[in-house]
Design a binder for this molecule. Structure first.
Ligand SMILES: *[C@@H]1O[C@H](CO)[C@@H](O)[C@H](O)[C@H]1NC(C)=O
Ligand SMILES: [Zn+2]
Length: 416
């Protein structure tokens, strides 16, 4: 019996994880003329642009083994300058997994009632929910937790309302983390901010004085758990869209600038069969529908790139949002708030200019559909791709806090 159990466990260990064996990552620096040809690869199955920058800058793409020959032939034929940055993605995935397993060994849960939460490990979606439930239970005068919807795999998508008065009477700052499954460093910075708002009396007083907070720390729990337990570089949700295809890019599924591009299901940026078709986008849409008139700042927290980016995503220069100067100025406050604490230097700019056009993203929806005056996509971290080391999460969360704080103080002053 014992041997049989060991056998079962072994099977799960060997077959639970999707392999990235021989997946290669390429860095390419296309000229203006070559850029468009490269852009045509964006919607191909087996092609995963981790970063697609403007011409003359170095973009990064991961290519599945069965597409590599064709892709390299294309690069050579068009004369695009490139190099292979990672020869076998699986090595890095295994290394990260071993580190995480080692780091967790012998430890108790990072979330223990009555103790400061532990930001030196990545939490499971359940642990995030436990912490949020604990906060609402322990600080009922400050925190309410509300179920928005259930995910396709029946996980709870929830929001926290944080206020030291009656929620919604002050200007509201709304934010969401974890929309993209593999961007693991996003939720901990949101949860750390939540911890400061609720459990640290110094910052609680300061940051609840003039604003209320509406926080969805983990928008895509299905995707996150799939990334943790099965396919590390999964980006989308986990809805079965057709019998042969799973997953929609939530950040291409919002209504304001959604478009039925010719992007097939199976592509990394598949926008879904119709706008707001996915529970993870619909939950945010309906939540904001109720509070939008009071929401003055919306933050969508992603990784990576050390960037603070403002709308529109569907149109870059010169078709910027009319309030681009105000957006730039508040973005600079974020950057300077972090720099003043010895943190990293963020790029502040228009999302389409920096990352290329994106349609149906949450930032366009919040600014365009709901008219929220300040909207940003944050790209936290750089230098580690999606595999941000656990040992650095605490420092990242602490650093990011100064950015959140700088923005919040300004919003509080300006709108109250
Ligand atoms: C795993 O840990 C080792 C030793 O600290 C480190 O050198 C390596 O970069 C880590 N791997 C990943 C993918 O983070
Ligand atoms: Zn993202």
């Amino acid at each position: 019996m014992r041997k049989f159990l060991v056998f079962i466990v072994l099977i799960q260990v060997c077959f639970g994880y999707e392999t990235y064996r021989n997946y290669k990552v390429y860095d390419m620096t296309p000229t203006n003329e070559q850029h468009e040809a490269l852009a045509n690869w964006q919607n191909e199955v087996g092609v995963d642009f981790w970063r697609f920058y403007a011409p003359e800058r170095t973009s990064r793409v991961m290519i599945a083994p069965d597409k590599q020959e064709e892709f390299e032939a294309f690069l050579v034929q068009t004369g695009i300058k490139y190099e292979v940055a990672i020869h076998n993605m699986e090595d890095l995935i295994i290394s990260e997994r071993q580190n995480i397993t080692r780091n967790r060994r012998g430890r108790s849960s990072p979330v223990q009632p009555g103790f400061t939460p532990d930001f030196s490990v990545y939490w499971t979606a359940d642990e995030m929910e436990q912490y949020c439930t604990y906060l609402a239970h322990t600080y009922p005068n400050l925190v309410q937790i509300e179920t928005l919807l259930f995910s396709p795999n029946n996980r709870r998508i929830y929001a926290l309302k944080v206020s030291n008065g009656v929620f919604g009477q002050k200007p509201i700052i709304a934010m969401e983390g974890g929309m993209h499954a593999r961007e693991w460093a996003s939720p901990p910075t949101v949860l750390y901010l939540l911890h400061k708002l609720v459990e640290d009396s110094q910052y609680r007083n300061e940051l609840l004085a003039n604003v209320d907070w509406l926080i969805v720390p983990m928008d895509n729990p299905d995707g996150y758990e799939h990334s943790r337990l099965n396919a590390r570089l999964w980006r989308q949700n986990r809805r079965q869209v057709t019998p042969t295809c799973v997953g929609v890019d939530i950040n291409r599924n919002f209504g304001y600038s959604w478009r039925t591009a010719t992007v097939a299901c199976g592509s990394q940026t598949y926008p879904g069969p119709s706008s707001l078709s996915e529970p993870e986008s619909f939950a945010l849409h309906t939540l904001l529908e109720r509070y939008a008139s009071r929401v003055k700042l919306y933050l969508s927290v992603h990784t990576f790139g050390d960037m603070v980016l403002w709308p529109w995503g569907y149109s870059g220069s010169p078709g910027w949002i009319s309030t681009h100067e105000e957006h730039q100025a508040l973005g600079v406050l974020w950057r300077d708030g972090i720099l003043a604490q010895g943190g990293r230097n963020y790029i502040v700019g228009n999302v389409a200019d920096v990352l290329g056009n994106a349609f149906g993203a949450v930032d366009d929806h919040m600014a365009g559909h709901y008219g929220i005056p300040y909207v940003y996509t944050l790209e936290l971290t750089s230098g580690f791709q999606f595999q941000y080391p656990e040992a650095r999460i605490g420092a990242l969360a602490a650093e990011t806090f100064w950015g959140y704080r700088a923005m919040a103080l300004h919003i509080g002053e300006k709108f109250s």
